[in-house]
Design a protein around this ligand. Sequence first.
Ligand SMILES: Cc1cc2nc3c(=O)[nH]c(=O)nc-3n(C[C@H](O)[C@H](O)[C@H](O)COP(=O)(O)OP(=O)(O)OC[C@H]3O[C@@H](n4cnc5c(N)ncnc54)[C@H](O)[C@@H]3O)c2cc1C
Length: 491
Amino acid sequence: MGARTGREFVEDLRNAPRDVYIEGEHVRDVTRHPRLRGIVRTLAELYDMQHDPALRDDMTYPSPATGERVGMSFLTPRTGDDLVRRRRMMERWAGHTLGMMGRSPDYLNASFMAFAAARSFFAQNDPAYGENVARYYERVRDHDLCLTHTLIAPQVNRAVGPAQQADPTIVARIVRETDAGIVISGGRMLATLGPVADEIAVFPSTVLRGQPGSEDYAFAFAIPCDTPGLRFLCREGFDLGRGIDHPLASRFEEMDAVVAFDNVLVPWERVFLARDVDLCNDVYGETHAVIHMAHQVVVKNIAKSEFFLGLVSLLAETIGITQFQHVQEKIAEVITYHESMKALLRAAEVDAALDVYGVMCPARPPLDVARNLFPRMYPRIVEIVQLLGASGLMALPTEADMVGEAAADIAKYLQARTAPARERVRLFRLAWDASLSAFGSRQVLYERFFFGDPVRMMSALYNVYDKEPAMERVRAFLERAAAGGAEEGPA
Ligand SMILES: Cc1cc2nc3c(=O)[nH]c(=O)nc-3n(C[C@H](O)[C@H](O)[C@H](O)COP(=O)(O)OP(=O)(O)OC[C@H]3O[C@@H](n4cnc5c(N)ncnc54)[C@H](O)[C@@H]3O)c2cc1C
């Protein structure tokens, strides 16, 4: 089949009615639902970019299995040039979404590429699992499937593990095994994009470490989103169908959903890990999937920070505040964040090396730094929009008002130094949607948490980072100083 068009993506979704619950409604065809069709349209645009003749070589490459052209984000990088090719493709999608879609499909495509290359890791659990994950990657690549994933147990009682909850059936677990596969019941949170994805990958987070009775909760698998017994419980939708009034939410609202499993049968050929707590805890790190995902994340961060740099610069010019020193300082601060992300990406690519699986792997430390810094930078960038936009972020009539009875007042009082009222309102509506709306606030929460709890991510960085050379430098200096001190001391 190869790289899909937007239309093929939408048809495939329509042909796979699933159980989605949103604002009191049970939705089966997500392509037509008002809260979800905006993101379906945007995903279709991304898929269509793969077929733009001008972008073909950037966006796709021939599948090693079928020879058909498949999405470049599936590429197994073997050289530095391959990494650059993959990154260019990711830049196209991130540029299209202004970095506002954390879950454009390239994010998980890169992870399954890494899992397949590291099939020997999964084979330690069972040789069949290594084969399963490799075959699954090929299937996702050659059918261009869109994946969501869910890693985290429901937030009921974080003081104890899944098996120690007052009700041990809350967290998704293996309830039995049959000749056909494993059967899963319980809940998981949170699957971004879940309701509109083709398949869901259910992987472990690292929270099982050292907790007794965790084996039933330790697994990795992937199944279609229309699998019987699988239910997506959506939060309230932020896409109110308001086009230019809500310019970001109407395009990039990805939707987040809790996932409920009610005796869901996972066929054996879709099982990648089962009941091995240690392998589950190590899967992202040991397969290097986390590094390839972080590579995509930093590309997204660059597109996003570039968008904000453009936004605050335009906003400041429009209302005539660029001459104030603190305004320049704030915009310069956004420049430093944007350039830092670019530099970290470049460092990760320049220092890339072949890993034990024969994959060209970006250097981990710069990507770890980027993924720990951006959750701190992003809320500040949003704060800068608020500090510069001030009351202009509330003086926001709608498009309907522009042509209504108040049109003359709006034209007079909402014009700006460099723009007529309509243009200025559209710009400020964009700034509002990026910094204050439900969509904008969710973006802040997303950046804080989507890659994991920021506290534990920093702790992980502390644990993986090689601090020995730095400590050795200090020890050597102390020795030198002590020796010098003895020489310089009184006779
Ligand atoms: C918008 C959004 C989208 C997301 N999308 C996805 C997705 O698509 N797929 C997916 O799998 N996940 C997704 N996540 C979930 C994300 O992985 C988690 O938010 C993250 O791992 C933190 O877990 P938690 O939210 O359960 O927080 P909790 O673990 O419940 O933490 C709550 C608070 O308690 C503290 N805390 C809890 N336990 C500990 C501990 N052991 N040590 C120290 N402090 C602790 C935390 O620091 C935090 O302050 C998403 C999250 C958000 C906000």
